[in-house]
Design a protein. Structure first.
Length: 316
C-alpha cells in the first residue's frame, strides 16, 4: 500500500505536538481521523512509530528515525511544488520596471530584447521618470525594480552597480573647439552649456565636478531628455557634457565627442530594489540575468563600442 503525503504530514504533526488533540487541530481534521491515519501508516511500515499514554505521545526508536525521513520527504515535495508554480508564473508573468530616461535608453532596449527572446510570454512595462519618481515607484511596489544612477544619499533602496561610465564633451561638428584633442571644464564654460533638468543624475554629476574646480553651472537651456539635448547641440545652441552610453549611436559626422581633461567625471549605474523585498518569478529572472551580465552581453563587448568611447564604460 502506498504512503500518502497526508499520512506523512499527520505523523509529523503528532510527533511535533506530542498530542493527538493539538495535532488534529493543527491539521484541521478530527482526532479519530488522525488516529486512523497513524494506525494505517504503522501498518504499512510494520513498526510502531508512537508510544501512547492517556496524556501524551512519544516517539519510539523507529519513530525517531522515520521522523527525519518524513520531514525530508515533505520538504522535497514542497520544494518541487514551489518550483513548478514559479515556473508556471514565469511562463506567463508580468514585470514592471522603473528607470531614469538616460539609463533606460542606453541599456534597456538591448536587455529587454534578450530577455523577451528567452521568455516571449512575459509582459514588460517600462516607466521612465526622474530618480525621485523611480524611487517612489519601487518603494510603493508599483514597480518590481528599477535602474538608475547610484543614490547620492542613504536610500531605502538596495543598489547593485552594473557599470561606471565617464562623461564627455559633446559639440556640434565643426565647432571651434572640436579640433582639440581634449577640453577642460573651463573651456566648455566659455560657450553656452546645455543641461538636463535639476534633480537628474547627469546634472548632479556635472555640477559636482564643476564645484570641485570652483566653477558653477550656468546653462542656456535645461531639457528633460537626452535626445532633445543632442538636437539642440546639433542645431548650434550650445555644448553639453553627457555620459558615455548615451553617446554610443550618435553620428560622428554630426557631433564631436571629446574627453574632458583635468576632471574625472563619472557615475555608477545599477539595479535598484526594495531592501528585503520579495520578487515574482518573472521579475527575479530579469534581475538575476541583469546581475550576471546575460542581458548586456552585446553592450559589454568592446567591439560594439566606438573607439572614441572605448575607455568610457567599465562593467562590474
Amino acid at each position: 500500500m502506498p504512503i500518502s503525503l497526508g499520512k506523512l504530514r499527520s505523523f509529523v504533526a503528532v510527533a511535533e505536538e506530542c498530542q493527538f488533540s493539538r495535532a488534529a487541530e493543527r491539521l484541521g481534521i478530527s482526532q479519530p481521523s488522525l488516529s486512523a491515519q497513524i494506525k494505517e501508516l504503522e501498518q504499512v511500515l510494520e513498526v510502531s512509530l508512537l508510544s501512547r499514554t492517556t496524556r501524551s505521545v512519544t516517539l519510539t526508536a523507529e519513530g525517531k528515525r522515520f521522523l527525519n525521513r518524513a520531514r525530508q520527504m515533505l520538504a522535497d515535495v514542497d520544494m518541487a511544488v514551489l518550483e513548478m508554480r514559479q515556473q508556471s508564473q514565469l511562463a506567463r508573468g508580468r514585470i514592471v520596471i522603473a528607470s531614469t530616461p538616460s539609463v533606460s535608453a542606453a541599456i534597456l532596449p538591448q536587455a529587454i530584447n534578450v530577455f523577451a527572446s528567452r521568455f516571449p510570454e512575459i509582459e514588460i512595462q517600462l516607466n521612465e521618470d526622474s530618480f525621485a519618481i523611480v524611487q517612489d515607484l519601487i518603494e510603493s511596489e508599483v514597480a518590481d525594480f528599477g535602474f538608475g544612477a547610484a543614490p547620492e544619499r542613504p536610500s531605502t533602496l538596495a543598489f547593485q552597480p552594473l557599470y561606471r561610465e565617464r562623461f564627455y564633451a559633446v559639440l556640434p561638428a565643426g565647432h571651434v573647439l572640436s579640433k582639440r584633442a581634449r577640453l577642460t571644464l573651463s573651456d566648455l564654460l566659455q560657450h553656452p552649456l546645455l543641461s538636463t533638468l535639476p534633480g537628474t543624475s547627469i546634472r548632479a554629476t556635472v555640477e559636482h565636478a564643476l564645484r570641485d574646480q570652483g566653477l558653477y553651472l550656468n546653462t542656456r537651456h535645461m531639457l528633460a531628455r537626452i535626445e532633445t539635448v543632442l538636437g539642440l547641440v546639433e542645431a548650434g545652441q550650445g555644448v553639453a557634457i553627457l555620459p558615455a552610453l548615451t553617446l554610443l549611436t550618435i553620428d560622428p559626422s554630426r557631433f564631436a565627442v571629446l574627453p574632458i581633461a583635468g576632471a574625472h567625471i563619472a557615475r555608477d549605474v545599477g539595479l535598484l530594489q526594495r531592501k528585503g523585498g520579495s520578487a515574482s518569478a518573472a521579475a527575479d529572472a530579469f534581475v538575476q540575468r541583469s546581475l550576471d551580465g546575460t542581458l548586456f552581453q552585446a553592450l559589454r563587448d568592446p567591439a560594439s563600442t566606438p573607439a572614441r568611447l572605448i575607455d568610457g564604460v567599465t562593467w562590474y
